[in-house]
Design a protein around this ligand. Structure first.
Ligand code: FAD
Length: 408
């Protein structure tokens, strides 16, 4: 026990302070965040917030009273710039200093930027925080041609919202299918068809070469010579973990702060959680030695709980079936489990119109599921994955029998 300092006041940091208190951390807790806001949820930034259905105030994860009640000192608008692990001291941009007994890193990730001619033109934007979302909302109301670079879930969510408000939207994806780090080509094809039907132009297997403009962006030139008119370009090409602070402090980093299954970093004392952490695969059928980063609300919450247990002296290894959702216009995509490109795809045929369920297999073992507009099937399979149950493939493909019956 003693003073717990948590750096990064996002989804994972907020969960960590609340779980640590709940599990009996008795000493002072300080949560420091760079953004000028109390911890908030990012998922609505590319969905409800962008559609004007929720404002910044509605994004908060906890009320301000919560932090006071839990005796958590919340410091916002300040960035920790230096950490000395041997002495147990952290220094912030403002000059503030904290001594700590235990340190938690929950610094998240930041959008990768394009490194091309013209990528610093006005109107070339990214989306990570509420300030980005506010600027994007304003711009979307003024423009007519949006080009999204990167066919990942954030770009597709924004494209769907833009198209629904009458903006011409084009998505440019370098891979052969959309969201190829997350879903199978089969599921991507279902999503792509829906976006096309909604009027979005989807270009796969091509990438931007340079951006044209005169101060403000006017067009995106692709490698194949195509020139796309653009008065707004959203760059959605993934995120880079914010591990600089950890690296400078001497912690082992490798595309994220390297942690073990208890969320402990290489010094055996500091914990790291959420988007900034590089962790061992937590799934039941994990490939031995496989490490990864998980960028999702589910992981931020579950890994923070694991770290809180570690800090409060009741360590339990992280075991989980990670899950994720993305709302893209009328599509609700949900995934659970971690499939690799080598894992097989069994698509359940004959599902109800508009629904799609793809089961992923490693050998005979069910390892993941991808659902479009099929929340009931999703829940059933997610539960089965968590208890490491499986289904013969031929049975799985037959929609004559409900998954609920099969996996009961
Ligand atoms: P973050 O939420 O990024 O928080 C880290 C915080 O640490 C930031 O506020 C940062 O300013 C602060 N920080 C960093 N360095 C310092 C420092 N040195 N000093 C002080 N503060 C610091 N996930 C889903 O599961 N479903 C979704 O539908 C979904 N939609 C998303 C939509 C968008 C637009 C985005 C950006 C993300 C979405 N995600 C979604 C992902 C999810 O939001 C992230 O996985 C989650 O926020 C990770 O939480 P985190 O606490 O690790 O990092």
């Amino acid at each position: 026990t003693g003073h717990l300092l948590v750096i990064g006041a996002g989804q994972a940091g907020a969960q960590l302070v609340s779980s640590a208190r709940e599990l009996g951390w008795a000493g002072p807790i300080t949560l420091v965040g760079h953004e000028p806001h109390a911890p908030y949820g990012r998922p609505p930034l590319s969905k409800a917030y962008l559609r004007g259905e929720v404002d910044a105030g509605g994004l908060a994860l906890r009320s301000n009273a919560f932090y006071a009640e839990q005796r958590v000192e919340l410091v916002v608008g300040d960035r920790v710039t230096h950490v000395d692990l041997a002495v147990g001291e952290a220094v912030a941009e403002s000059g503030r200093r904290w001594t700590f007994d235990r340190l938690a890193l929950a610094t998240g990730a930041e959008p990768r930027r394009l490194d091309l001619e013209g990528s610093d033109l006005d109107g070339v934007v990214v989306l990570r925080d509420v300030a980005d979302a506010a600027a994007l909302t304003r711009r979307l109301s003024e423009v007519s041609d949006l080009v999204v670079i990167g066919g990942g879930f954030i770009g597709l969510e924004v494209a769907a919202t833009a198209a629904a408000t009458g903006v011409r939207a084009t998505v440019v994806e370098a891979g052969q299918s959309l969201m190829n780090r997350v879903v199978s080509p089969d599921t991507a094809a279902v999503v792509e068809a829906e976006h096309r039907a909604a009027g979005i132009q989807v270009l796969t297997g091509t990438r931007p070469l340079r951006l044209h403009g005169d101060g403000a962006v006017r067009a995106v030139e692709l490698e194949d010579g195509t020139e796309l008119a653009a008065d707004l370009v959203l760059v959605g090409i993934g995120a880079r973990p914010r591990d600089d602070l950890a690296r400078a402090a001497g912690l082992c980093c490798d595309g994220g702060v390297v942690v073990d299954e208890l969320s402990l970093a290489s010094d055996g004392r500091t914990v790291a959680v959420g988007d900034c952490a590089n962790l061992p695969d937590p799934t039941p059928g994990a490939v031995p030695g496989r490490r990864l980063r998980l960028e999702s609300v589910d992981n931020a919450i579950e890994q923070a709980k694991v770290a809180a247990r570690t800090l409060t002296g009741d360590p339990r290894p992280y075991r989980s079936v990670p899950w994720f959702w993305s709302d893209q216009g009328a599509l609700k995509l949900q995934t659970a489990g971690l499939a690799g490109a080598d894992d097989d795809v069994v698509v359940r045929t004959g599902t109800r119109a508009g629904q799609h369920v793809a089961l992923r297999y490693r050998g005979e073992q069910l390892v993941a599921v991808e659902c479009v507009n099929a929340p009931a099937d999703f829940l059933v399979v997610r539960k089965a994955l968590a208890t490491n149950r499986t289904l013969p493939r031929d049975v799985a493909a037959d929609t004559g029998v409900s998954l609920k019956k099969l996996l009961r």
